[in-house]
Design a protein around this ligand. Structure first.
Ligand code: NAD
Length: 503
C-alpha cells in the first residue's frame, strides 16, 4: 500500500517489488457496511502486466531447479506467518468484504490448510516407475512444472481462493501472476507481503490488479501456460474459451445452485440450524451456500420452524460482535438481490420471510439484506434459475427421495448438495444417484479438505482438474514419460572414451 494524500493506494507486486501503478484508471475499495473508501485499486496497464509476466518467466529459470525441500520450507514458514497474522488478516478482510470476523478467520484458515498441504509437496509431486517393461527397459514419469501460471479470483473468499492457487502452483515449481478481485484486493496484498517475507523469491509471485481488460490480456498472453479461475459462470465460460483458444491449460470453478434435501427422519433441530447457517451465513455469498431446500414428505411441516430459526439471525456489520449476517459486497449486489426478490414475488413464489431493508443501528448506509425465504418455488422461476448470491433460500417440496434427486439432477449446476437423514440406506442411495460433484451427508457445506480436491461438476466447472489435493499437482505439472535402456558394457563392446559436452 502507498499513501497519496489521505488516500491509500493498492500497489502491484512485480519482480519482488511493491510498486505504484502508472494507470489512469482506478476504482475505490469500499467497506460494504459503511461505504467508507478504504483504498483505491488500479487497473494495471498492459505494460505493467507484461512486466509481471516477464519477471515470472525469468524467475522460472532458476525456480524450476530449486530443490523440492527448499520450496517446501518456504511454505512451512509461510503457514507460520499466516497463523501469526490471522487476526490482522481477518480484520482487513472484514473491512473490505463485509463478512463477520469469525467468517473472515475461517476464510484465512481454509486457505491456510492449502498452504500446509503445499508444504508437504515432497510427498505429492512424485512420479511412477515400472521396472523391466521390456528386456532391460524401465519407464518412469517426471512431473515437471509448466512455467508461468496465472490466477483470477472472485470477491467472496479473498484470502482462501488466492491461497488455493499460488501456493500449489509455486511449490510445484511454477511462477505465478495473481489477479485478485478488484472489489477486495487488500487482504490478497497482505498475503503476498507475507509470502515474500517467508522467502518466495522475486518474480516467483507477482500480483496485478484490474478487471475484464487485464483478464483478457492474461488469457491471451503467449508466455502464460495455465490459468486457474474462480468466479461466476458467465466470466468463467469466457475465460475458459478465450484462454483455451490461446493454447493454455485452464480450470474454471464457477457459479452454483446448491440443494439441500431434507428427509423427515433427519434430526430436526440440527438440520434446521445447519440449513440456516448454510443459506444465510456470509450473507449467502458462498459458492457452496445452500440456496434451495427440498423438504421431502412430512418434512414440509418444518417450514415454520425454519422461518423462526432464520429470524433469530442477527444482521449487522461484520466487525460487530454477535453478527450472523453481514452486508452484501456492493450497492450493485444489493440492487440485484432486491430485484430478484421482487421477481420471485411477481412470479408467484410465497415470500415467507422478507429480509429487505433491515434496520441496522449505526450502519444506515450498509448493503444489508436479512435472511429471506420463499416457499412454493418451481423450477421455471427466476429465483430458482439464477444464482442469487444473497441470503435468500428457495424452499421446494417433493413426495419422495427420488423425486428430490430428480429435481437436483435436472438443475444444470453441480457444485454441492447435501442430504439430511438418519437412514444409511437413503444416504447411500443419494450418494450413488445424485449428479453433483460434492455431496454432504448431514454436512451442509461439503467443501473437501485439501488432501482431497475441490470437485464441483457440470455447469459449475470447466476443465477436468480441480483446485488443491492431488488433482492440482497434475494441473500445474506436465507429465513426461521416460523409457530408458542401459546396455551392459559387455553387450556393446568395451568402454566408451568420448567426453560429451552438455552446454
Ligand atoms: P466474477 O466472475 O464477477 O469475477 C471473478 C473475476 O473475474 C474477478 O477477478 C473479476 O475481476 C474478473 N471479471 C469480472 N468480469 C469480467 C469480465 N467481463 N471479463 C473478464 N474478467 C472479468 O465473480 P465474483 O462476483 O467476484 O464472485 C462470485 C461468483 O464466483 C459466484 O458466481 C460464485 O458462485 C463464484 N464462485 C465459485 C466458486 C467455486 O469454487 N465454484 C468459489 C467462489 C466463488
Amino acid at each position: 500500500m502507498s499513501k497519496q494524500g489521505a488516500i491509500t493506494r493498492v500497489r502491484l507486486l512485480i519482480d519482488g517489488c511493491f510498486v505504484d501503478s502508472t494507470s489512469e484508471q482506478w476504482r475505490d475499495v469500499v467497506n460494504p457496511a459503511t461505504q467508507e473508501i478504504l483504498a483505491r485499486v488500479p487497473f494495471a496497464t498492459e505494460a505493467e502486466l507484461n512486466a509481471a509476466v516477464a519477471s515470472a518467466r525469468e524467475a522460472f529459470k532458476s525456480w524450476r531447479k530449486t530443490p523440492i525441500g527448499a520450496r517446501a520450507r518456504i511454505f512451512l514458514k509461510y503457514q507460520q506467518l499466516i497463523r501469526e497474522h490471522l487476526k490482522e488478516l481477518a480484520a482487513i478482510l472484514t473491512a473490505e468484504q463485509g463478512k463477520t470476523l469469525a467468517d473472515a478467520e475461517g476464510d484465512v484458515l481454509r486457505g491456510l490448510e492449502v498452504v500446509e498441504h503445499a508444504a508437504g509437496i515432497g510427498n505429492l509431486q512424485l512420479g511412477e516407475l515400472a521396472n523391466n517393461v521390456a528386456a532391460g527397459v524401465d519407464t518412469y514419469t517426471l512431473l515437471q512444472p509448466l512455467g508461468v501460471c496465472a490466477g483470477i479470483t472472485p470477491f467472496n473468499f479473498p484470502a482462501m481462493i488466492p491461497l488455493w492457487m499460488f501456493p500449489m502452483a509455486i511449490t510445484t515449481g511454477n511462477t505465478f501472476v495473481l489477479k485478485p478481485s478488484e472489489q477486495d484486493p487488500m487482504v490478497s496484498m497482505r498475503l503476498a507481503e507475507l509470502a515474500l517475507e517467508a522467502g518466495v523469491p522475486p518474480g516467483v509471485l507477482n500480483v496485478i490488479h484490474g478487471g475484464a481488460e487485464v483478464v483478457d490480456l492474461l488469457c491471451d498472453h503467449p508466455d502464460i501456460k495455465a490459468i486457474s479461475f474462480v468466479g461466476s459462470t458467465r466470466v468463467g465460460t469466457h475465460v475458459y474459451q478465450r484462454a483455451s483458444q490461446a493454447g493454455k491449460r485452464v480450470q474454471c470453478m464457477m457459479g452454483a445452485k446448491n440443494h439441500a434435501v431434507v428427509l423427515p427422519d433427519a434430526h430436526q433441530e440440527q438440520t434446521l440450524a445447519n440449513l440456516a447457517g448454510a443459506a444465510f451465513g456470509a450473507a449467502g455469498q458462498r459458492c457452496m451456500a445452500v440456496s434451495v431446500a427440498i423438504l421431502v414428505g412430512e418434512a414440509r411441516a418444518w417450514l415454520p420452524e425454519l422461518v423462526e430459526k432464520a429470524k433469530t439471525l442477527k444482521v449487522g456489520a461484520g466487525s460487530e460482535p454477535g453478527t450472523d449476517v453481514g452486508p452484501l459486497i456492493s450497492c450493485a449486489a444489493l440492487d440485484r438481490v432486491g430485484g430478484l426478490i421482487e421477481r420471485g414475488v411477481r412470479e408467484g413464489a410465497r415470500l415467507e420471510l422478507d429480509g429487505r431493508n433491515p434496520a441496522v443501528a449505526g450502519y444506515a448506509q450498509g448493503n444489508f439484506v436479512g435472511p429471506t425465504i420463499f416457499s412454493g418455488v418451481t423450477a421455471d422461476m427466476s429465483i430458482y434459475r439464477e444464482e442469487i448470491f444473497g441470503p435468500v433460500l428457495c424452499v421446494m417440496r417433493a413426495e419422495t427421495l427420488d423425486e428430490a434427486i430428480a429435481i437436483v439432477n435436472a438443475n444444470p449446476h453441480g457444485n454441492g448438495t447435501a442430504l439430511f437423514t438418519r437412514s444409511g440406506a437413503a444416504a447411500r442411495h443419494f450418494q450413488e444417484e445424485i449428479d453433483v460433484g460434492q455431496v454432504g451427508i448431514n454436512v451442509p457445506i461439503p467443501v473437501p479438505v485439501p488432501i482431497f480436491s475441490f470437485t464441483g461438476s457440470r455447469a459449475s466447472k470447466l476443465g477436468d482438474l480441480g483446485p488443491y489435493g492431488k488433482q492440482i499437482v497434475q494441473f500445474y505439472t506436465q507429465t513426461k514419460t521416460v523409457t530408458q535402456r542401459w546396455f551392459d558394457e559387455g553387450e556393446v563392446g568395451g568402454p566408451v572414451n568420448t567426453t560429451i559436452t552438455l552446454k
